[in-house]
Design a protein around this ligand. Structure first.
Ligand SMILES: NC(=O)c1ccc[n+]([C@@H]2O[C@H](COP(=O)([O-])OP(=O)(O)OC[C@H]3O[C@@H](n4cnc5c(N)ncnc54)[C@H](O)[C@@H]3O)[C@@H](O)[C@H]2O)c1
Length: 248
């Protein structure tokens, strides 16, 4: 990265978000690691500083506008204007629709879809002032193929992110801002270990994959590095789905 690039990565304390923060730093970005878990976010920020970039860990809940506003303000104060936003914060939960409460469904939409919308709104003034910006919203292959049983709320939230991404790409293209989505397949992170998925589900899924392995956080970070690069200016409103061939 030849020019100054400051990035905010939500959900940056773990898994895919952590890999993305580290990858963008290796390309020369300074990174604010936003996460519910402040100590873990600060640990990742320390890893990024060890790579030679500026980085801060910031406590933020993407469902709470006031704490989010404060987090973006802190990122601006400590790093400078933001050029790159990666919306990666997420949760997992499984329940068939017949057992799904409205609260559970709403929580999924609130964290993934509305959280993404909130962060995009907060970063817009920086991107518009710069006449340059990169937004990457982390959706899921579940938005494309329905995922597995018990994921109606997750697939709906992640599909919402794709529609939002495309509409925002149309709005912001004329001012030099690209907006794209990543739709990862099954990636080995703490999220899938804690998700309470039916036993054997992931092994079965991997056995059916053309590439015959689970994805790694770095598989997604590589794709993200391209989407936020200066070289990707012609790529907007796209859904890039590194998924080992699960969905073609
Ligand atoms: N792991 C997979 O197989 C997979 C596949 C497709 C999409 N994804 C998506 O990738 C993203 C990252 O997932 P991961 O697998 O790296 O999980 P992860 O659990 O390792 O990381 C998620 C991070 O988000 C943070 N977070 C959760 N709720 C938050 C909130 N309200 N505000 C701020 N931070 C919050 C968590 O603290 C955690 O650090 C998620 O959006 C997930 O849905 C994951």
């Amino acid at each position: 990265m030849a020019r100054e690039r400051n990035a905010v990565v939500t959900g940056g304390a773990s898994g895919i978000g952590r890999a993305i923060g580290r990858r963008l730093a290796r390309d020369g970005a300074d990174v604010a690691v936003l996460d519910l878990r402040e100590a873990e976010a600060e640990k990742v920020a320390a890893e990024i500083r060890a790579l030679g970039r500026r980085s801060i860990g910031v406590a933020a809940d993407v469902t709470q506008t006031p704490t989010l506003e404060a987090a973006f303000d802190r990122a601006r104060t400590e790093l400078g204007p933001i050029h790159i936003l990666v919306n990666c914060a997420g949760i997992a939960d499984f329940a068939p629709l017949s057992e799904m409460t409205e609260e559970r469904f709403d929580r999924m939409l609130d964290v993934h879809l509305r959280g993404t919308v909130r962060c995009c709104r907060l970063v817009l003034p920086d991107l518009q002032a710069a006449g340059f910006g990169r937004i990457v919203n982390v959706s899921s292959a579940a938005a494309l193929n329905g995922g597995g049983p018990g994921l109606t709320h997750y697939a709906a939230a992640k599909a919402g992110i794709i529609g939002f991404t495309k509409a925002l790409a149309r709005e912001l293209g004329p001012v030099g801002i690209t907006v794209n989505a990543l739709a990862p397949g099954l990636i080995d992170t703490p999220l899938i270990r804690m998700a309470g998925a039916p036993p054997g589900l992931y092994d079965k899924a991997v056995a059916q994959l053309p590439v015959q392995r689970m994805g790694r956080p770095d598989d997604i970070a590589e794709a993200c590095a391209y989407l936020v690069s200066d070289a990707a200016g012609f790529c907007t409103g796209q859904v890039l789905s590194p998924n080992g061939g699960a969905h073609m």
